[in-house]
Design a protein around this ligand. Structure first.
Ligand SMILES: C[S@@+](CC[C@H](N)C(=O)[O-])C[C@H]1O[C@@H](n2cnc3c(N)ncnc32)[C@H](O)[C@@H]1O
Length: 236
């Protein structure tokens, strides 16, 4: 059997929000690569998919540093991409799991850019965090002629301000550590009443704030925190 590399989207957190295709492939793998938040730490993505893994699948946890040092990050991406390709060239069925959808703000994309044999790769799409948040909050993302922007809160303030002015609906990702600044931008744009904040959607610790004006600037938030803005949706 020829080797193959699968990028498998796990969905946003709840184990049953993975696709049937990803779950089936997980049961057939020789090796699974799982990103871990900390060196030697647990992998949230791995905990989501564990129930679907085949008995003979070897699991390799890999840590991707979040440091500002791009040389350090690039060295790890080079190393993991080379390791994935070596396993595929050896004829193995290899998986790489990624939270939410693999093609949205995902480390997987840095690996994809480095792979020399795209013909051996299959990417399995998944439920994004913002699709899950919209469903959990019963708040639509966009309808009819409305525009939807997906924005990272790491973007320059002027870009976020412009996106808030321009679009009907917005997903503000990577809010962690930036809530006070984003709340101020929403207030300046008159959008606090049209925004909601959700942390750890579909996970056991899920929390949702629908009145952002009442949320303290120093509210502790987990890394998995996202704001949805829909200017034309009346909140219940
Ligand atoms: C590196 S990005 C990963 C995005 C992921 N690939 C997706 O499809 O949603 C991490 C950001 O996604 C958002 N996120 C991921 N999972 C989430 C969840 N369960 N609840 C709320 N936000 C989540 C947060 O904004 C977090 O900062």
């Amino acid at each position: 059997m020829n080797g193959k590399l699968y990028a498998l989207s796990t969905g946003p957190g709840a184990a049953d929000l993975i696709t049937v295709r990803a779950a089936r492939i997980l049961g057939t793998l020789d090796v699974l690569y799982a990103p871990a938040g900390r060196k030697g730490g647990d992998s949230l993505a791995l905990s989501i998919v564990r129930e679907y893994l085949g008995e003979r699948t070897e699991v390799r946890c890999c840590h991707f540093p979040m440091s500002a040092d791009s040389a350090e990050k690039e060295a790890v991406w080079d190393e993991v991409a080379a390791a994935l390709e070596a396993e595929v060239q050896a004829g193995k069925q290899v998986g790489f799991i990624t939270l939410g959808d693999a093609m949205l703000f995902s480390t997987w994309v840095f690996l994809l850019q480095r792979l020399q044999h795209p013909e051996t790769v299959e990417i399995v799409p998944g439920v994004t965090s913002f699709a899950a948040i919209a469903a959990r909050a019963q708040t639509p993302l966009a309808m009819e002629q409305q525009s939807l922007a997906v924005v990272s809160c790491t973007a320059p303030e002027s870009d976020i301000r412009q996106a808030l002015a321009q679009h009907d609906s917005l997903v503000l990702m990577k809010v962690y550590g930036r809530f006070a600044r984003i709340k101020a931008l929403l207030a300046q744009a008159g959008l606090l009443d049209h925004a909601l904040l959700m942390a750890e959607a579909t996970l056991p610790g899920e929390q949702c704030w629908r009145q952002l004006a009442g949320v303290s600037d120093d509210q502790p938030l987990p890394y998995f925190s996202t704001i949805l803005v829909n200017k034309q949706w009346e909140k219940a």
